[in-house]
Design a binder for this molecule. Sequence first.
Ligand SMILES: Cc1cc2nc3c(=O)[nH]c(=O)nc-3n(C[C@H](O)[C@H](O)[C@H](O)COP(=O)(O)O)c2cc1C
Ligand code: SF4
Length: 681
Amino acid sequence: MANDPLLQPFQLKHLTLRNRLMLTSHEPAYPEDGMPKALYRAYHVERARAGLGLTMTAGSAAVAKDSPPVFNNILAYKDEVVPWLRELADACHEHGTAVMIQLTHLGRRTRWDKGDWLPAVSACHRREPAHRAFPKQVEEWDIERLIRDYADAAERMHAAGLDGIELQAYGHLMDQFWSPLTNTLEGPYGGELDNRLRFTFDVLRAIRQRVGSEFIVGVRYTGDEMLEGGLTASDGMAISRRLKESGLIDFLNVVRGHIDTDAGLTDVIPIQGMPSAPHLDFAGEIKRQVDFPTFHGAKIQDVATARYAIASGKVDMIGMTRAHMADPHIVRKIVEGREEEIRPCVGANYCLDRIYQGGAAYCIHNAATGRETSMPHSIPKAAQKRRVVIVGAGPAGLEAARVAGERGHDVVVLEAASDAGGQVRLTAQSERRREMLGIIDWRLARCEALGVEIRYNVWAEVEDVLAEQPDVVIVATGGYPMEDQPAVGHELVVNTWDILSGHVAPGKRVLLFDDAGDHAAMQAAEIIAASGAELEIMTPDRTFSAEIMAMNLVPYMRSLQRPNVTFTPTYRLKSVQRDGGELLAGITSDYATSGQPDQERRINQVVVNYGITPMADVYFELKAHSSNGGEVDYDDLIAGGPQAVVRNPQGRFQLFRIGDAVSSRNTHAAIYDALRLVKDI
Ligand SMILES: Cc1cc2nc3c(=O)[nH]c(=O)nc-3n(C[C@H](O)[C@H](O)[C@H](O)COP(=O)(O)O)c2cc1C
Ligand code: SF4
């Protein structure tokens, strides 16, 4: 390990970074009142303690009030940020990790109806499609104020004892000045490239006046917008050179692409099924030609690729950001020769999409990430060994088995199918989502190492469970697609699982009715569309795929925007009847007024997606035998204490039910159910 290129230090001016692995800046939306408080600190410290070289904290910490915190950003324009960041930096420094922060003004990449309700500002009036705000175009007094704001914020970061800062210049105000697509200014800040860069160099000079020449300053920027009429790769090279030659900065952090649309963002931060390390060669070319300290990160999920990035000399520091959300202990595992134990990032981008859906970024299969103050990344051993029987080896059951195994319990899993994975295995039938299997395979490997016994092809009845003489029984049997809808003609339809599993072939003219708005519908749609069928995707919701957020939707749109596919929101499947060799679907709408006639569709297949019904018979049959009757004390669960409910003193074991066996939710919810219950068993 001593010669591992990843573990070699990197000298950045006076600062020695102890190895080549970094977190690139990412805002997981953990601030409280705009401040990086206990959770924010705990998140970074967990990764620092495991040996990370550099953490670039925040994502887009706002330098000004008119850069409203559209994804709960740190408010770097407030003086009160200084003590919070000092605490964070001190705590990471104690473990030897360097700490920097990304500062920015979001420009038009925000909304005016957040924060102080100030108008968004940019170098043009054009709106950003993703956030939708029409900005005001900057005036001279804005420019003067904004330069001051950047410098003030940099001074605060210096005062907080951070090792440095980077300025964000891809999709934010700074490169909205750079790009011909977003700079419609005349005069000194518009027109030719030097003018468009003027704002950046004014800001950098103002920052240097405040923080001196020692403090580390870098820029994270796009070296090629990959947009017609935007900044080209040769513009990017010219910008890279000018940044270096200015003598004002210490490193380049290279990005390629644009983030003003969901599709653009997804090419910059690729989701599962997209190529690994797609922009590494591009970053390497900038480093080769410009010869300056260069950082980079984009879908480098595995250690081997990160090692190659450094060993090949393409870049000096390599980001493994989502990889560290999935497993905060990557560096420790490399150092200890335990790389095969690293929990893989499966590229689900649940972390990113959840910011806009529910606030904080959570990892689809590490429920402790973003909950470091309440959920452990390392599971402590239990004081007393117990016999734990788990029914079901889907994501919930396997996480329960893993955590119970880490606790040192004697664990057996009874699985009805011939393999593990449940709905995740069904998801992974799609080539594009095959990486999801990492969620299952990693748990199977951990279970094996921990001595967990998994018995397949066992449809567990009450007697099978009782015969194991358990102390704890956890039912994680998942569910099955709802079968009793539509009320008229449900026996004539097939469901999305039938299509996904390959049990039913797509018809020629298909109506897919999606009442759940989740992945099952879109994945089935991809299969049907690829077969060449005429496909209408209908939903009663205002928009299709209501549960699939921006980045996850991109690959679906890329495969479904084809002439044989149509989308029909706001309509509801009411009935299906046979009509000769075809089917006749009756269609209504929640918006219909009385007397408005139903519509009809003549097709030859109806595929429905009504969500999941829990399948938990064994749980209900076991209740009478258990001490707690299946009851969960929610207060203890939330507070992180052991479950102590006793409803039946004669009961011989505690009984719990988790995941979709309780109610239809998602993979993260199933895994979180398991972790937070079993960590205290
Ligand atoms: C939750 C989350 C928030 C992010 N926010 C920012 C941000 O504010 N600024 C930024 O430059 N990059 C942001 N990123 C992008 C990351 O820095 C990184 O470029 C991206 O995740 C690709 O690297 P990876 O494949 O190693 O994760 C964010 C990423 C994630 C996962
Ligand atoms: S949610 Fe997916 S992409 Fe994000 S860190 Fe977890 S595994 Fe990686």
